[in-house]
Design a protein around this ligand. Sequence first.
Ligand code: NAD
Length: 339
Amino acid sequence: MRKRIPKILVTGGAGFIGSAFVRLILGDCRRGGLNLPYGSVIIADKLTYAGDLKRLAEVEGKFKFYKTDICNRKQIETIFAREKPDIVVHFAAESHVDRSINDASPFIETNIKGTQILMDTSRKFGVKKFIFISTDEVYGEIANGKFDENSPVKPNSPYAASKAAADLLAQSYIRTYKFPAIIIRPSNNYGPWQYPEKLIPLAILKIIGCGKVPVYGKGLNVREWLYVDDCARGILAVMNKGATGQIYNLGSACESKNIDTVKLLLRTLGVSQDRFEFVKDRLGHDIRYSLDSKKLYQKLGWRPIVKLAQGLKFTVDWSLKHQGWLKSKLGDINKLYNK
Ligand SMILES: NC(=O)c1ccc[n+]([C@@H]2O[C@H](COP(=O)([O-])OP(=O)(O)OC[C@H]3O[C@@H](n4cnc5c(N)ncnc54)[C@H](O)[C@@H]3O)[C@@H](O)[C@H]2O)c1
């Protein structure tokens, strides 16, 4: 008898990382994809400023799409009743720290309440696996050493606090209801199709527009950079082989100060090393994130493949070919940063 292919509901599948995951599971097997048939992948996305179906053009016609708000319990229940997903991979979120500093409200709504509604509905409809995409930012900052999965949660920005609340809620559902959740905490992602509010695509957009790259403070904040396709493969490894009830850090071990990342990017773009300017630091800016991802490396056999220099080269090549898409977000970026 042929094995039944599980139905996967992906929230936030029109976003940056969610779309990379969808392209992977619907994509070519020869490139590590699953080539899942039509009907097995369902995307639920509100298409906020950050959502864009253009990211899914290469797998168009291979997934079902619902434009919906995860905070709308009635709509979410209707989708679950109709589609009966076996697995939920929950990416949907407000994801940008600077926006959370301007206004935390949508972060509380989507990241906390939306996650609660999805978990309640998943319980009600007997979902077998619920993958919650959390973040390394739930741990707060660390000057030396690394956070492992047992490190305390101590978030600093409103964004990180909203993700930590949802992460803790998922842990409480695991304990209270034996809810089959798995929590993944990825480090900073970058790569094609990232919204140009985040450091790397913002820098590229500025250079394309003949401007200078804004660097917070003195550029000394350290981030652990993970190429988005590596992240998507890590999430797939957890979906296939991860144990329910577990938390997995998903990091690249590739750390770089923001100023060094920007200088490497300027070299990759072939422009002068002085095309940046220091700007007033972000409020409450975390100095360093660093993950110990041994559990994922050793238990599930996942390894990042793309090194930072190579990933930046892929991202620059992609960006130069997709300048129109990046530039289409310029009005929104100017509103965000040139208030
Ligand atoms: N980008 C990173 O570096 C990073 C690192 C670690 C963890 N994460 C987490 O990974 C997930 C995906 O991040 P991303 O960078 O792809 O985000 P993104 O901002 O690019 O995409 C978010 C997606 O969620 C959708 N969405 C937002 N609110 C919604 C709502 N109420 N209902 C339905 N859909 C809604 C948006 O339309 C968009 O398609 C998030 O949960 C984020 O917290 C991101």
